[in-house]
Design a binder for this molecule. Structure first.
Ligand SMILES: [Zn+2]
Length: 274
């Protein structure tokens, strides 16, 4: 099996170029205007520092020192595949903005999102405890930045710090809890309710009421056909909660969106460490 590494999305994808505000960023933000490896992209934006990730911000100074020299910040285009299901996880991603979707892909190619990872989390951390193969496809759901570390380096850090090893185990529990709720939601709740739950989650990760997503993306996240995405979006638009046009969703009535969403939005929030 090949290892993980960012694979840029097929076809044109718009890249946000607005400046991001991360006042708590360390080290000092620096201007990033380069493309140097597959999956990274040219942006003229201030890179957030590792402290934008809540897990990295919460580790002790000594533990952070173990990680710091091996962390690199990468900019990821929307749709970049960070890891395919079955591949060995050789890079671990701590999101600094945006979000990563963890998607289960069936043999016939049908896919559905089972969990998401934002600034509160990490993708691939179990590779810090030993060789680990991903059971999901990990995709950059939004244009985003992440702090990236090689699994081998994370393993070294976890071997010398019990706190880092514990953090990996604890976060895995959080992810499992999220996957359980999402599995129940996908099976029991209507596509309209799930669509709204998903939009509310994405709004928080995007830190914006405007979300740019293609029909194809939405159909994969919700596990429904593209035509169903249009029908559902039109229905929710008719309620006045959103405006949806050409892949851009504007949330215009948050209360209305919450009213249509199922309880899982709140339940997932409760499961997310603050
Ligand atoms: Zn639900």
């Amino acid at each position: 099996m090949s290892g993980c590494g960012p694979t840029p999305p097929q076809g044109p994808h718009k890249i946000q170029s607005r400046r991001r505000r991360f006042s708590d960023a360390i080290p000092s933000p620096q201007e990033n205007a380069q493309t140097d490896r597959a999956g990274t992209h040219t942006v003229h934006a201030i890179e957030p520092g590792p402290a934008s990730n809540k897990l990295l911000a919460a580790v002790s100074r000594d533990d952070f020192t173990l990680l710091q020299a091996h962390l690199t910040t990468v900019g990821l285009e929307q749709g970049t595949v960070l890891c395919e299901a079955g591949d060995e996880v050789d890079q671990v991603y701590f999101p600094l903005s945006g979000m990563i979707s963890l998607v289960v892909v069936m043999r016939d190619g049908k896919a559905i999102e089972t969990a998401t990872v934002g600034r509160e989390g990490v993708f691939g951390a179990m590779a810090g405890l030993g060789i680990h193969h991903s059971r999901v496809r990990a995709i950059a759901q939004l244009p985003m930045f992440a702090s990236c570390i090689a699994s081998t380096q994370l393993r070294r850090a976890a071997a010398s710090s019990k706190a880092i090893a514990n953090l990996i185990i604890r976060y895995n529990e959080t992810l499992l809890a999220q996957a359980r709720i999402t599995a129940a939601c996908n099976a029991l709740h209507t596509v309209e309710a799930r669509f709204c739950r998903w939009l509310l989650q994405t709004r928080e990760r995007a830190e914006s009421d405007t979300i740019q997503l293609t029909q194809e993306f939405l159909s994969e996240m919700l596990g429904v056909r593209r035509t169903s995405v249009t029908e559902v979006a039109s229905k929710i638009q008719a309620s006045g909660a959103i405006r949806y046009s050409r892949g851009v969703i504007n949330i215009i009535d948050l209360a209305a969106l919450k009213a249509i969403s199922c309880e899982c939005y709140e339940t997932l929030l409760e499961q997310t460490p603050s």
